[in-house]
Every structure is written in structure tokens, then in C-alpha cells.
Design a binder for this molecule. Structure first.
Ligand SMILES: [Zn+2]
Length: 196
């Protein structure tokens, strides 16, 4: 019985100064680094995801202002962010990725909120990795609580894993939707705990 840690989308465009900055993103990056320094050996897998969009086109309607002049609604359409190979798509420099065992990229040409939609550079899916390593428990951290953290945690539950959200290691776009997401996750069976 082993445990995996998810680090969802701790990227420059989602932290302070980024195209789609989430308040508290830098602090979460540093806090995950500190947590890993103490706890990395508890995890059979440490999987980090990156949103990794195409520079051309709207990525399936994900980017506002490409297919039409409509402004982003911050629900289904967003400012341009995390374009593959740009600084905005890099991990936030506050996140030390030394302990990361697998990097996955998602969102090439399509909207992709869940880390389960990502694949490693050699084509492995997260579901395959969890099965191969006998992972029963998944701890979830990262950005944003109300979008990609939510979707990743719901998918982990749907894949039959026990899920724990480390509530001091996540940051959300908006307080109200972040609260709602955590309530939804708890209702779906996730545990909400601080990492301390
Ligand atoms: Zn995106």
C-alpha cells in the first residue's frame, strides 16, 4: 500500500505576476517545497503536472479572445496562459522539483483541468502510474483549488483512491468557489487536512 503526492500546476502563470495569477500561489510553491523536504520519503510517487497549451489557436475554446472577441469568463474561458515552452509554463521557481518522480503535461490543444488528463513525456498516464506502483492513497496539493486541484482530486476518487487534500498547500482563484470546491470534495469522500 503506497501513497502518491500530486503537485498540480504550480507554474509561473498561476502564481503572482503570471497571466492568470492566483493570490497565494508563490506561498504555496514555497510551502510545498518545505513539505517535500520533510516528507518526500513517504511517497512512492511524486507527480507534478503542467498546463501546456499550444501557442496556435484557442486550445479548444480554452483561451478567450482567439475564436471571438469575447472576454474571459474565468469559468470556461481564460486569458492566454501556460503556452508550451514559455516562461509562464515553467514551474514556479519557489517549487523545488528535485523530489518529483514523474512530470506530466496536459492541455495540448484542449482544455484539461485534471492531472489525470496529462501524460509523461514517454506516454504514461497517471492512472497507469498509480496502478503500477500500487498506490492506494493520494495527497493533493497545488493550484487552483477551485479548478485543476478540484478536477484532479475528483478523478483520483473516481479511480478508487483515498484522497486527502492538504489544505495549506493549495490556492484558489476565488474564495467562494474554493470553499465550494473543498466542500464538494469532502462530500465526495476526500479528507481535508493541514499538512502539519
Ligand atoms: Zn489551461
Amino acid at each position: 500500500m503506497s501513497t502518491a503526492l500530486f503537485i498540480v500546476d504550480v507554474q509561473n502563470d498561476f502564481t503572482e505576476g503570471g497571466a492568470l495569477a492566483v493570490a497565494g500561489g508563490d506561498a504555496v510553491a514555497s510551502a510545498i517545497t518545505a513539505y517535500l523536504a520533510r516528507n518526500a520519503d513517504r511517497y512512492a510517487l511524486v507527480i507534478a503536472s503542467r498546463d501546456w497549451h499550444d501557442a496556435e489557436g484557442s486550445n479548444g475554446g480554452h483561451f478567450a479572445g482567439v475564436d471571438s472577441d469575447a472576454a474571459p469568463d474565468y469559468v470556461d474561458t481564460w486569458p492566454v496562459h501556460c503556452v508550451a515552452g514559455t516562461p509562464g509554463a515553467d514551474y514556479d521557481p519557489g517549487l523545488d522539483t528535485t523530489a518529483v518522480t514523474h512530470h506530466v503535461k496536459k492541455g495540448q490543444g484542449v482544455p484539461a483541468y485534471s492531472l489525470f488528463e496529462g501524460v509523461t513525456d514517454d506516454g504514461s498516464t497517471v492512472a497507469d502510474l498509480l496502478t503500477a506502483h500500487g498506490v492506494v492513497d493520494v495527497d493533493v496539493t497545488g493550484i487552483a483549488t477551485d479548478h485543476c486541484v478540484r478536477a484532479s482530486a475528483l478523478d483520483a476518487l473516481a479511480h478508487g483512491r483515498h484522497v486527502r487534500i492538504l489544505t495549506d498547500l493549495v490556492a484558489g482563484v476565488a474564495p467562494q468557489t474554493s470553499e465550494a470546491a473543498l466542500a464538494e470534495l469532502a462530500h465526495a469522500g476526500a479528507d481535508l487536512e493541514e499538512s502539519k
